[in-house]
Ligand binder design. Structure first.
Ligand SMILES: Nc1nc2c([nH]c(=O)n2[C@H]2C[C@H](O)[C@@H](COP(=O)(O)OP(=O)(O)OP(=O)(O)O)O2)c(=O)[nH]1
Length: 150
């Protein structure tokens, strides 16, 4: 990846078959939309460390960052940003604390069946299928054309 690329990390915090979703308060254009807790990776910062830092700031919890869910999703360019940017989703285990909405409007623990009902930020939508698969224990992607049994 281009060294200039801005990475935004999101946390897929899964507990009891539900994933934690957070509703943005700011900026005004994104207020009310749903996302995964997280934020921008600082220059020279490890993405896993950024995830731990952001979850502490936004949720007041300690997490342990795990594997990526799906691939990086590029953000469409915006008038205010010329750098290329991607959203990366990492699994995160809750190590300490109970998540609180310190910077968000609200938090929700979602079942797979609830994922499609929220107004997500556009970059998050490609992650919903792999998250749903993780929540239900299915493999993703599903094989639509399995080889015939012999
Ligand atoms: N945290 C997060 N940001 C997302 C997601 N999806 C998505 O499009 N974004 C966008 C929204 C913002 O434009 C950008 C992340 O910015 P942010 O404001 O959360 O990051 P930050 O906490 O580091 O913010 P700041 O220091 O610049 O104020 O990525 C997501 O699932 N989680």
């Amino acid at each position: 990846m281009d060294r200039d690329t801005l990475i935004v990390v999101g946390a897929a915090i899964i507990r009891d078959g539900r994933v934690l979703a957070a509703q943005r308060a700011e900026p005004a254009a994104l207020r009310g939309r749903w996302e995964f807790p997280g934020g921008k990776v600082d220059p020279g910062e490890d993405p896993a460390d950024a995830l731990v830092r952001e979850c502490r700031e936004e949720l007041g919890v300690t997490v342990r960052a795990g594997e990526a869910v799906g691939g990086d999703v590029p953000f469409p360019p915006t008038p205010g940003r010329t750098r290329p940017a991607v959203l990366r989703l990492l699994r995160a285990d809750l190590v300490d604390g109970e998540p609180r909405a310190l910077e968000h409007l609200s938090l929700r623990w979602l079942l797979a069946a609830d994922l499609g009902a929220l107004a997500w930020l556009p970059a998050d939508v490609p992650f919903l299928a792999p998250i749903g698969a993780l929540l239900t224990g299915r493999d993703e992607p599903r094989d639509e054309h399995p080889a015939p049994a012999r």
